[in-house]
Design a protein around this ligand. Structure first.
Ligand code: 7PJ
Length: 276
């Protein structure tokens, strides 16, 4: 690991996950009801979330595709309600151009696409807006991505993918400055490959763009520690701290309060002179 003292820990943002899919692996079905969802948003905001990430499509390993109408129904009313009641930034976790377009109209602040705008129409919809966009790396597709993923060189292959997608964005009229990069923990990676990514996350800093890291409660933690999804908090916090030290700018998590506490410890450690 290469902790770098020039990292701006003050600038790290916590992204709280709000899944509104019936089959999400860790909180599936819990936040479908609008009142429950808004209660959860309020809790995350009060606990230090800078961004709320709404996901209406499950991308867990093995997940099947979601109908466009269903995804719109899950995501858009909630986006509108959050923008009406809170000042927090909202990102929309989707790969569908129609959902992106509606989300942009209704006040989304960030587009978060696990398919890196490769689906039809996505580049042009995002190009017409001025929103930041997160491009995530995935090998394969959710249904099959964990069937023996292979790389020539994990870091170089993912960097190559990022460069191709950055190029596609720029050609479509999306300025480089709008792009956030995410290596996609758990998306077509073995346990060892996920830990290599965490170990070498700072290597993606050479592309000069902010890095988003999403390891929260994922099987890279459960498989290593042999624990169930509701027993992965300590492991998730450890990965969040390592990602911050490796230079990640946005940490995508389920457990906002605990991650904010961990970040505050890291900040104090790096800014002890400012403590009295
Ligand atoms: C990620 C995501 C991630 C980004 C999901 C889960 C599965 N978006 N959406 N990065 N994961 N940018 O929450 O575990 O790692 S859905």
């Amino acid at each position: 690991m290469n902790p770098n003292n020039t990292i701006d820990y003050q600038a790290i943002k916590i992204m709280g996950i709000l899944n509104v899919t019936p089959d999400s692996f860790s909180d599936g079905g819990k936040f479908i009801n609008a009142t429950d969802a808004l209660f959860q948003v309020e809790k995350m905001v009060n606990n230090g979330a800078d961004i709320i990430d709404i996901g209406g499509e499950s991308t867990r390993p093995g997940a099947v595709d979601v109908d466009e109408g269903d995804e719109l129904d899950r995501v858009i009313p909630l986006l509108k309600a959050i923008k009406k009641n809170f000042t927090v930034e909202v990102s929309i976790d989707t790969s569908k151009s129609v959902v992106m377009e509606e989300a942009i109209i209704h006040g989304a602040d960030i587009i978060n696409d696990v398919r890196a705008l490769q689906n039809k129409g996505c580049l042009s919809v995002v190009a017409k807006s001025d929103l930041p966009v997160c491009l995530m790396h995935m090998q394969g597709l959710p249904r099959t991505m964990q069937n023996s993923p292979k790389y020539d060189n994990l870091i170089i292959d993912i960097k190559e993918f990022f460069n191709q997608r950055i190029h596609a964005c720029i050609n479509a009229g999306i300025a480089r400055e709008r792009i956030i990069l995410d290596p996609g923990f758990g998306f077509g990676k073995t346990v060892a490959q996920n830990y290599q990514l965490l170990n070498q996350l700072s290597q993606f800093k050479s592309l000069g763009l902010p890095i988003l890291s999403g390891t929260s409660r994922k099987s890279m933690i459960g498989n290593l520690l042999s624990c169930d999804v509701n027993e992965r908090l300590a492991g998730s916090l450890a990965t969040a701290i390592i990602a911050m030290q490796q230079g990640a700018s946005i940490i995508r998590v389920h457990d906002v309060k605990e991650t904010t506490d961990a970040l505050n410890i890291l900040k104090a450690t790096n800014n002890y002179l400012s403590l009295t």
